[in-house]
Design a protein around this ligand. Structure first.
Ligand SMILES: *[C@@H]1O[C@H](CO)[C@@H](O)[C@H](O)[C@H]1NC(C)=O
Ligand SMILES: *[C@@H]1O[C@H](CO)[C@@H](O)[C@H](O)[C@H]1NC(C)=O
Ligand SMILES: *[C@@H]1O[C@H](CO)[C@@H](O)[C@H](O)[C@H]1NC(C)=O
Length: 418
């Protein structure tokens, strides 16, 4: 009957939140709740859960007879089924069984022994793993056609553990990210985000501090982190930080009528985004060009990266469908490489820092040296990458890099003073 968009779904979940607090509105609210299974029972009171369940089971038969515009799965709740008239590219997430998302914990205790933890098992698997609630938690989320076992994911996890004692969690949604098409993988980010949200409620239930949770998502993985943050917000849980490494743009750009909700500044206490393959139009690149976080870094302007062979002109989705050779994804991958490099600089005070500056007039003026600060202070310069959270500066920031690794170079200053 209704066309249930994500906003609508959020609305019904927020009513459930209201329900726990206010018994007066209970009956009315219960009639609206369709996403109760999304609610981990350790958060929603048992009694309230039972009331909602009873009510919903009575409604189930009536509902079944109606043509439903959403698809619902155990635990994670319902997702809209897009009307084909909006965009033939829009899809609904696959079932959790098909996607078979895996969460793997890596700690300093034994870096080669990744322990599988499950969401929604009343934190039994988490409590039995190496996960330590008192430590900060880093969550690494891969993108389209990626895997939690990717070499670069492991590099990132190990570099984070070198810096500090933490729980590193790899979100492995390989089957959901495999496609065949990009649109299906993009739709699945909604599902993975909610699964991750439930996993995080388990951490919180074990007294983990959400403010010490840092999600790091590459490409579509950035939007997974965004959807997790949006779902957690409805439970009044705010994760400390999300780093979006070149968040994917196709189907997430707001100009499309049926676009998916992209990662946004509201999804965590601090959201930093690195744009390396921004696209102003449909066919230009994999990444988003518009600022979406608390701070948005535009290395080399954020559209193209030096040292990458520039491939333009083909329609982005067809590029996604084909084999992605390294020249096609070169710009996109840079965000990940910059972040990895920034981790090494944290422990070495003499290391080169990716220093970025605001430039109200944009990249072209930055390139001409208009915004080059004569004096770098805490209020006009910020480090891109891991150390970004230490600055109070907000908004779009610009910097230049070298064209090959090491990308950060002290000499980068001279590049813009021409
Ligand atoms: C780490 O885990 C691996 C795989 O389970 C095991 O073979 C190895 O002995 C462990 N190492 C230590 C130091 O516990
Ligand atoms: C990668 O793809 C681009 C564009 O299709 C093509 O020009 C280039 O030759 C390809 N490179 C390799 C190594 O296949
Ligand atoms: C940079 O800042 C320092 C300390 O605030 C000041 O002494 C110096 O003159 C400044 N240099 C320039 C070029 O503005």
């Amino acid at each position: 009957m209704h066309t249930k968009h994500y906003s609508r779904t959020i609305f019904t979940i927020s009513i459930a939140a209201y329900l726990v607090l206010d018994h007066v509105g209970l009956t009315k609210a219960a009639s609206e709740v369709s996403n109760y299974d999304f609610w981990p029972s350790n958060i929603l009171g048992k009694r309230a859960m039972q009331l909602v369940r009873d009510h919903l089971s009575r409604r189930q038969e009536r509902k079944k007879s109606r043509s439903s515009k959403q698809i619902c799965y155990d635990m994670v709740g319902c997702f809209p089924i897009p009307r084909s008239s909006y965009s033939p590219l829009m899809k609904s997430p696959q079932s959790p069984d098909t996607v078979d998302t895996k969460f793997l914990v890596m700690t300093r205790q034994n870096r080669s022994d990744l322990i599988l933890i499950k969401y929604g098992d009343r934190h039994v698997s988490m409590a039995n793993s190496n996960f330590k609630p008192e430590l900060p938690t880093k969550i690494i989320i891969h993108g389209f056609k990626g895997s939690g076992h990717d070499k670069v994911a492991k590099l990132l996890g190990n570099a984070l553990l070198d810096l500090e004692d933490a729980n590193v969690i790899f979100v492995d949604w390989e089957k959901g990210a495999a496609g065949p098409g990009y649109a299906l993988a993009a739709a699945n980010t909604q599902l993975i985000g909610r699964q991750l949200a439930i996993l995080i409620t388990d951490m919180v239930a074990l007294n983990g501090d959400p403010a010490r949770i840092h999600m790091i998502g590459f490409s579509l993985g950035a939007h997974v982190a965004g959807f997790a943050g949006k779902a957690l917000k409805l439970l009044d849980i705010r994760v400390g930080r999300i780093t979006g490494l070149d968040p994917a743009s196709p189907l997430f750009r707001q100009m499309l009528s049926a676009s998916l909700l992209s990662l946004s500044a509201d999804d965590a206490a601090f959201v930093d985004v690195v744009h390396t393959d921004g696209a102003r139009i449909w066919s230009e690149g994999f990444g988003l060009f518009n600022p979406i976080g608390d701070v948005d870094y535009f290395p080399n302007g954020g559209l193209d990266q030096p040292g990458c062979e520039q491939v333009r002109g083909s329609v982005i989705v067809s590029r996604f469908e084909g084999t992605m050779n390294s020249s096609v994804v070169c710009n996109h991958l840079r965000a990940l490489q910059f972040f990895l490099e920034s981790l090494k600089a944290v422990s070495d005070p003499d290391a080169c820092q990716f220093t970025a500056f605001p430039c109200h007039t944009g990249w072209s003026m930055f390139q001409r040296g208009e915004c080059f600060p004569t004096n770098c202070t805490d209020s006009n310069c910020v480090t891109m990458g891991f150390a970004a959270s230490q600055s109070k500066l907000r908004g779009p920031l610009y910097l230049t890099t070298r064209d090959s690794s090491p990308f950060c170079g002290k000499g980068c200053y001279s590049l813009i003073s021409y």
